[in-house]
Design a protein around this ligand. Structure first.
Ligand code: NAD
Ligand code: TDX
Length: 334
């Protein structure tokens, strides 16, 4: 099968390419990636001779049309993905997440190509900390940030192109991913690489916000389950029952790296900071028989810490610039 992977030099997309070539060695993979600050072509080095890499923008209609015409499947990961950046400058989020997705949808419509859309649980807004509810496929959309509102917009565009134009699509909304090749701006790799750099981890607010962690390989195995067996026009939520508050996750990282549990700084909270995300993945599990492999979060976290220890050459070039962006807007709380 010929597969066009957008955003394949990013965190989840690169892991998807690795998993696909390991498990489906006959796949012909083309990666389309703009190589923004978040894209890292070296993440694809282990498979460089087995893929075609195209450096370009998903909002470039001529380029997208040419690539989509020659493929059997589009898996769309490319996005501006970081909430904090979206609060500083929303425009790249509108460009890539809304206009870029529309550009892809026009091309898959034109060439009748199967399309899988990668999205986030953040489209549903947040839950109260003491609310037993979890998100399901029928939870109303209620996004909070420029990032999540542009992702919600992109999901709605997919639904409209499916209903109005018959595009053969599926959508998945996944919870917070962790694992190798994640940019050091994100919570878990930021704290690990702060510790490895001799600086203190940074916890927003009181650290009580809850995220529902899933290993990136489990996200990607679920994406394949949906591509293989999902019903056209349907949405599937992906999650692995990994709820934990940020302080608990940080304390686990500190313990695994041999540091005191209070060896971190509380810093300025994120404006509009979503309280809690939680996924009910019953539909995915019962309809498609998917189950996660990384059921022990602590073991997955330890493996991730080891990966960052062993791959400093991968993250070091981004570290100082990333921390400089944070330093400009973050203050340590008393
Ligand atoms: P990432 O920021 O690590 O990677 C994004 C990639 O997209 C980069 O390689 C970047 O260069 C590329 N890109 C950005 N704009 C582009 C454009 N205009 N044209 C072509 N390429 C472009 O993101 P990620 O964490 O791997 O997220 C991938 C997808 O998964 C996103 O759609 C995101 O919304 C979704 N998602 C992420 C998480 C998570 O926890 N990280 C959870 C659920 C869903
Ligand atoms: O230094 C930090 N300290 C901190 O306490 C950072 C970077 C984050 N945090 C908190 C904010 C969040 O409550 O940790 C939590 C996780 O933060 P991020 O890694 O920025 O992720 P989040 O905002 O939850 O969004 C992520 O999951 C859903 C991805 O970035 C999105 O792309 C995905 O859609």
């Amino acid at each position: 099968m010929r597969i066009l992977v957008t955003g394949g030099a990013g965190f989840i997309g690169a892991n998807f390419v690795h998993q696909t070539l390991a498990q489906r060695p006959d796949s012909q993979v083309t990666v389309l990636d703009k190589l923004t600050y978040a894209g890292n072509k070296t993440s694809l080095d282990p498979v460089a001779d087995r893929i075609e890499f195209v450096h370009g923008d998903i909002a470039d209609a001529d380029l997208v049309d040419r690539l989509v015409r020659e493929t059997d499947l589009v898996v769309h990961f490319a996005a501006e993905s970081h909430n904090d950046n979206s609060l500083t400058d929303p425009w790249p989020f509108v460009h890539t997440n809304v206009i870029g997705t529309t550009t892809l949808l026009n091309a898959v419509r034109e060439h009748d190509v199967r399309y899988h859309h990668i999205s986030t649980d953040e489209v549903y807004g947040d839950l109260e900390l003491d609310d037993p509810a979890r998100f399901t496929e029928s939870t109303p959309y209620n996004p909070s940030s420029p990032y999540s509102s542009t992702k919600a917009s992109s999901d709605l565009l997919v639904r409209a192109w499916t209903r109005s134009f018959g595009v053969r699509s599926t959508i998945s909304n996944c919870s917070n991913n962790y694992g190798p090749y994640q940019h050091v701006e994100k919570f878990i790799p930021r704290q690990i690489t702060n510790i490895l750099s001799g600086s203190r981890p940074k916890l927003y607010g009181a650290g009580q916000n809850v995220r529902d962690w899933i290993h990136v390989d489990d996200h990607n195995s679920a994406v394949w389950a949906i591509i293989d067996g999902g019903r056209i026009g349907e949405t599937y939520l992906i999650g692995a029952d990994g709820e934990a508050n940020n302080r608990t996750v940080l304390e686990a990282i500190l313990e695994e790296t041999g540091n005191a549990p209070d060896a971190f700084d509380f810093v300025t909270d994120r404006p509009g900071h979503d309280l809690r995300y939680a996924i009910d993945s019953t539909k995915l599990r019962t309809e498609l028989g998917w189950t996660p492999t990384y059921v022990d979060f602590r073991a997955g976290l330890k493996a991730t810490i080891d990966w960052y220890r062993e791959n400093e050459q991968w993250w070091r070039p981004q570290k100082d610039a990333t921390e400089a962006v944070y330093a400009a807007k973050e203050s340590v709380l008393p």
